[in-house]
Design a protein. Structure first.
Length: 163
């Protein structure tokens, strides 16, 4: 897969931007809205696809444990706010989903790139999760080769427990 960079791929030690974008309700979501909390920012390709639904539901099912450990969760895709509202309602998601339809955040984080399915090449979001400390610094990055959609929350909880 080829990444298309507006900026370099965000990595461990980088500080995430304060402005994360507009959530499913059109409200501007900022890193500072989570002051004093750690954050899991996960980028996913598309609402209501099997892998993305499995990943979101894994995070939903472990959300109380994630919160107990001092983290919150924000999902990001290039889908519309209306799509996010339906996805949240259908799956009972307790966290915000940022609508990055202008592709600003996926470019900034370096997760927008060339993908291939059934021999067809296209541009899309590469499934990537960033674990961020309470100061906005990335402590871990799980890329598309690492993320296991159905057990993503367990992956994160194990990573967090390991420090």
């Amino acid at each position: 897969m080829r990444r298309i960079f507006k900026h370099a791929f965000m990595k461990t030690g980088d500080k995430i931007p304060d402005v994360l974008g507009k959530d499913e309700n059109g409200m501007l979501l900022r890193r500072s809205d989570f002051a004093g909390k750690k954050l899991i920012v996960y980028f996913y390709p598309k609402d209501n696809t099997s892998g993305c639904t499995a990943q979101a539901c894994s995070l939903r099912d472990a959300y109380d444990e994630i919160r107990r450990l001092g983290y919150d969760v924000v999902g990001v895709s290039v889908d519309s706010q209306v799509s996010h509202q339906k996805f949240i309602r259908k799956n009972g998601l307790p966290f915000h989903l940022v609508s990055d339809d202008a592709k600003e955040l996926v470019l900034l984080f370096g997760v927008w790139g060339e993908k291939s399915m059934y021999g067809r090449k296209y541009m899309g979001t590469m499934r990537t999760t960033f674990v961020v400390d309470e100061n906005g610094i990335i402590t871990h990055v799980l890329d598309s080769k690492t993320v296991k959609t159905a057990t993503h929350a367990q992956q994160l909880l194990a990573l967090i427990a390991a420090g």
